[in-house]
Design a protein around this ligand. Structure first.
Ligand SMILES: Nc1ncnc2c1ncn2[C@@H]1O[C@H](COP(=O)(O)OP(=O)(O)O)[C@@H](O)[C@H]1O
Ligand SMILES: CC(=O)N[C@@H](CCC(=O)OP(=O)(O)O)C(=O)O
Length: 301
């Protein structure tokens, strides 16, 4: 019998190596937040869509929550409106809210749904307004001990996972824009996308929350050093929170909320690395920062 050289064997090896992870994650829900800053490059967006579709075909249930901060700022600018942030949140006048809703639901979400659906009839776009998915009241952040009015910015009060769950049960990939409704339906609110993703992950009982951004993870001593914290427990993160600044605050608060409310791991990963989602889910070469509940204290990554 002749022994043929099977040049594709290393590919089979890679697939087999993924088997333990495939088994572990099968049927589990994964909430993936795609940040506006990681969304600027066309190749990265296409690779993101491939990864999400791959997860779906590998038997996981991905839910995408997207941001769009830079895209909103650009559109406000075109309308002659200035972008102002307080406590890391956009000051949202009723006029700005129209732009936020238009950009998130009409532009960014549509684009992601289109990219995902190049692989089949999988993605369905929605906002937190749909089927009462996200309900909020006006959020008054505290700045120097004072409550400040920053307009139509929402604080989440309730999540109804019915519509998302129905889409998942139907094999679809929900793509959710971070807009909420008020309980009386008189207003819509702008919600930070990290916060919305974390709240949805907790309400869905997700296995993992994955936040893709434009840095490698949580830097230990930002901006002085680029040493990434690879793993920390909820308690360790809680101690660190008061020292964090700007964009990392909602991400890390979200990770803490998720792991304190039933999510097994919450990760901040580099959306600039192609296929970072696959590396994170199917290999032990996870990149970025992983937050685990306190009972995992002492374990390894
Ligand atoms: N400790 C930290 N580690 C990493 N990044 C940090 C830290 N503190 C603040 N940042 C900033 O947070 C930014 C990410 O947040 P943001 O710009 O809101 O991204 P996104 O659009 O992905 O939500 C980083 O680009 C960095 O400038
Ligand atoms: C209240 C608030 O600040 N909302 C955000 C919503 C979009 C978002 O969070 O986008 P990124 O994830 O790209 O930052 C905003 O208006 O920019």
């Amino acid at each position: 019998m002749s022994t043929r050289k099977h040049t594709a064997l290393p590919k089979a090896q890679i697939l087999v190596e993924a088997l333990p992870w495939l088994t572990r994650h099968h049927g589990r829900t994964v909430v993936i937040k795609f940040g506006g800053n990681a969304m600027i490059d066309e190749d990265l967006k296409a690779a993101f869509a491939q990864d999400v579709v791959f997860l779906r075909h590998a038997g996981l249930k991905p839910v995408v929550v997207h941001g769009g901060g830079p895209q909103i700022s650009a559109q406000l600018d075109r309308h002659g409106l200035v972008s102002e942030f307080k406590a890391g949140l956009r000051v949202t006048t009723p006029e700005a809210m129209d732009v936020v809703r238009m950009v998130l639901a009409g532009q960014v979400q549509r684009e992601l749904v289109g990219l995902l659906n190049q692989h089949g009839p999988l993605a369905v776009g929605m906002t937190g307004e749909d089927a009462h998915t996200i309900t909020a009241t006006q959020h008054y952040p505290k700045i120097d001990g004072e409550s400040v009015d920053i307009g139509r910015v929402g604080e989440i009060t309730a999540i109804d996972t019915g519509a998302i769950q129905a889409l998942l049960d139907d094999g679809r990939i929900p793509v959710v824009s971070s807009i909420a409704r008020s309980a009386d339906d008189h207003h819509v609110f702008n919600v930070n996308a990290d916060t919305a993703a974390a709240a949805l992950a907790a309400a869905l009982g997700a296995e993992t929350l994955m936040v893709l951004t434009d840095v490698e993870g949580l830097y230990e001593d930002w901006p002085n050093s680029d040493e990434v914290i690879s793993r920390l427990t909820a308690r360790e993160l809680e101690k660190l929170l008061p020292e964090l600044s700007s964009g990392m605050v909602p991400k890390m608060e979200g990770c803490l909320h998720a792991v304190r409310n039933g999510v097994n791991t919450a990760r901040v990963i580099d959306g600039r690395v192609q296929h970072s989602i696959l590396l994170e889910i199917f290999t032990d070469e996870g990149i970025g920062t992983m937050v685990v509940p306190d009972e995992h204290e002492g374990g390894t990554r």
